[in-house]
Design a protein around this ligand. Structure first.
Ligand code: GRF
Length: 217
């Protein structure tokens, strides 16, 4: 079976990109990374792509007067590489409705909170300040409203009493690295559909509940 061609958009370290690279290297992989794009030339994720022998390019948003022109350059590069699914993996530019519609239901994002809670930036500091006991991450299809759209996969982690934004971010990031490849696999296998702005997933059953603090029994 032909592997799904994935394009990955990054802005920084690219640990989520690395998780996808590692997943695509498995013998049973169902996707391949056809292109890695960064809006920053100094993003370490581009080095990861180079080391993995993947096509990669920086498209610097600062070189474009209009956001629409920057996005047209992104789409042109993705289409030239035959990309079928675009993953935003730490891509720190807000995308216009025109780009989102062009890639509708072929564009996913990883966000470090249990959406719809804590959209936007500084999710971990805000989760701690709110006193939530469970935090996590979400992979979702992108819609024009930021951090909104049908949810594909989520993972939850406990918030511990001594957590800082840094320690909680590290715990959530480990789960991001499992959730993003999982979501991409499910899509590649044709097991995800969108109905009425909710995802219908043909997947294995749920695991046990995460309760924090753990009950005594
Ligand atoms: C991740 O926490 C992602 O959810 C957020 O930005 C971070 C990117 O990390 N949007 P990396 O570049 O994948 O290491």
């Amino acid at each position: 079976m032909a592997r799904l061609k994935v394009g990955v958009l990054i802005s920084g370290s690219g640990t989520n990109l690395q998780a996808l690279i590692d997943d695509c290297a498995r013998a049973d992989a169902v996707c391949e990374i056809a292109l890695v794009l960064s809006n920053r030339a100094d993003a370490f994720g581009l080095t990861r792509a180079a080391e993995a022998g993947l096509p990669h390019r920086a498209i610097d948003h600062q070189e474009y007067d209009a956001r629409a022109d920057f996005e047209r350059a992104l789409s042109a590069a993705l289409e030239a590489s035959g990309v079928e699914l675009v993953c935003l993996a730490g891509f720190m530019r807000v995308l216009t409705a025109a780009f989102v519609e062009r890639w509708r239901d072929r564009l996913i994002n990883i966000h470090p909170s249990l959406l719809p809670a804590f959209k936007g930036l500084d999710t971990h500091a805000r989760a701690i300040a709110a006193g939530v006991r469970i935090a996590g991450c979400t992979v979702h299809f992108v819609r024009s409203e930021v951090d909104n759209g049908p949810i594909i996969a989520q993972a939850a982690v406990p918030v511990l009493p001594d957590d800082t934004a840094v320690s909680l971010a590290a715990r959530v990031l480990r789960e991001e690295h499992r959730c993003l490849p999982l979501a991409v696999r499910l899509i590649a296998q044709g097991r995800v559909s969108v109905a009425g702005e909710r995802c219908v997933i043909d997947a294995a059953g749920p695991g046990g509940a995460l309760v924090n603090p753990a009950p005594d029994t």
